[in-house]
Ligand binder design. Structure first.
Ligand code: FAD
Ligand code: UQ1
Length: 433
């Protein structure tokens, strides 16, 4: 469990002074975080100004393609196939600084890492992702030491979902959605549809009550896709309870306690045979504790061009930002193209022109061979790539999600070559106009 707690939870701001080093480094472009946004931007920055001018600060040995965890939790892919060594996804020649950022000082253009190293920069790209907060649910994370509980949101707990699903005998399968912003807002219900499909395949569905308890007042934020999902839930006898927030797990008794957000203090205890937890999430504490944060702790960037609102040589991408769109890798792809153009303009002393429209996408896996492919913008308006109704469950979209997307991720997005489907959308819809 120690390893599981490493990347989640509490903000630790202490520094081990015995390991303090006086080493100093300087880079023209410094990228914080070597996840989806950090690696794709470092590849783009290498092309723009040469590998020797770019460095990435990232402590993790492994880089994970997180969207695969939805399928791994249901046994359709392995967790191992979702990861590659961080060193192997770094653009060649770009410096990997293998440590954790401890402090960002934008007034002095410096960053301090956990080994005490000061790194200075001319331009800073912040791609630190968000933080999981299992510890905000009473009884977690230690509850994961018991069986019948899992979470597709952490690499340490994905296999526990699959084990709980395989061992299901009879009773309630309960799925939660927390009362905070989260990444991939469709993932908490994708695993429910896969659970339903698995239990049907194995002849156990009649012995199961499938229950989705969400903090939200809706099943999905965009009406077009929510309508389809309500229909699917009805057809498959999946019980959806709105405004129910998981506050406690009694893993030894297989009980989950939910609070009614419309009637604070009113709680319901659900016994479970399987529990899938989507933890509360929040801003990265390094950003929250820095002058770069907005009042809620997220990186405060311009929603059109991704430049920081107060520090013009600082930029942000991905889950760590306060961009008012759904946090996904698909959004990161579209943002990477915009940010590339913003930085190019700024280096030429020109005003950034390209406007991010909030494009994001969520392949809602509804079985082992179907997906509803949600794509939408800042206004929650569908922005669909294909000239067919994407509100319907489609087999083609499943194969895109399971087989094509991972290739597009490793060989396109991470190489700085995939900036989202906008050009293809325009092309494919040409004939329709
Ligand atoms: P991340 O990729 O999380 O990277 C952040 C990086 O910062 C990490 O490598 C971390 O180690 C590093 N870091 C953190 N703190 C520090 C520090 N102090 N110092 C240095 N480095 C630090 N998206 C889709 O588009 N489609 C999907 O179908 C989809 N499904 C998903 C399903 C699941 C179960 C999950 C968990 C996510 C899913 N996503 C999906 C979301 C997608 O994976 C994220 O939105 C995306 O990876 C965000 O990229 P990022 O660069 O902002 O953050
Ligand atoms: C996408 O670009 C992307 O990033 C690589 C994803 O993350 C895994 C996605 O899930 C989706 C759906 C897109 C959008 C791409 C197309 C072709 C619609």
């Amino acid at each position: 469990m120690a390893a599981f707690c490493r990347n989640v939870g509490i903000c630790a701001s202490h520094l081990n002074t015995s390991s303090r080093s006086s080493a100093k480094q300087h880079y023209k472009i410094l990228v914080l975080g070597g996840g989806t946004g950090g690696i794709s931007m470092s590849a783009r920055m290498k092309r723009m100004m040469g590998a020797e001018n770019v460095a990435v600060v990232e402590p993790s040995e492994m880089h994970y393609y997180q969207p695969l965890w939805t399928l791994a939790g249901a046994g359709a892919k392995t967790v191992a196939s979702s990861g590659r060594p961080t060193s192997s996804v770094m653009p060649s020649g770009v410096k990997l600084i293998k440590s954790k950022v401890q402090e960002i000082n934008p007034d002095t253009n410096t960053v301090r890492s956990d080994d005490g190293t000061q790194i200075s920069y001319e331009y800073l790209i912040v791609a630190l992702g968000l933080q999981l907060h299992f510890e905000k649910i009473k009884g977690l994370p230690e509850g994961f030491e018991h069986p019948k509980i899992g979470s597709n949101y952490s690499v340490e707990t994905v296999d526990k979902t699959w084990t709980a699903l395989q061992n299901f005998k009879e009773g309630n399968a309960v799925f939660s959605f927390p009362n905070t912003p989260i990444k991939c807002a469709g993932a908490p219900q994708k695993i429910m549809y896969l659970t339903d499909a698995f239990l049907r395949k194995t002849g156990k569905r009649e012995k199961a009550n499938i229950i989705y308890n969400t903090s939200l007042p809706v099943l999905f934020g965009v009406k077009k896709y929510a309508d389809s999902l309500w229909e699917i839930a009805k057809q498959r006898d999946l019980k959806v309870n709105l405004r129910q927030n998981l506050i406690e797990v009694r893993a030894d008794k297989q009980e989950a306690v939910f609070e009614n957000l419309d009637k604070p203090g009113e709680t319901t205890v659900f016994e479970y045979e399987m529990l899938h937890v989507t933890p509360p999430m929040g801003p990265n504490c390094v950003i929250k504790n820095s002058p770069l944060a907005d009042e809620s702790g997220w990186l405060d960037v311009d929603k059109g061009n991704l430049q920081h609102k107060r520090y013009p040589n600082v930029f942000g991408i991905g889950d760590c930002t306060n961009l008012p769109t759904s946090k996904t890798a698909a959004a990161v792809a579209a943002q990477s193209a915009v940010l590339n153009r913003t930085i190019k303009k700024i280096l030429k002393n020109e005003k950034p022109d390209k406007k991010y429209d909030g494009y994001t996408s969520c392949p809602l896996v509804t079985s082992y061979n179907t997906v509803v492919l949600a794509e939408f913008d800042y206004d929650g308006q569908p922005l669909e790539t294909f000239p067919i109704d994407q509100g319907k469950e489609r087999r083609l979209m499943y194969y895109m999600k399971a087989d094509l997307m991972p290739q597009l991720y490793w060989h396109g997005l991470l190489k700085g070559l995939w900036g989202g489907p906008e050009p293809y959308r325009k092309l494919m819809h040409l004939g329709m106009k």
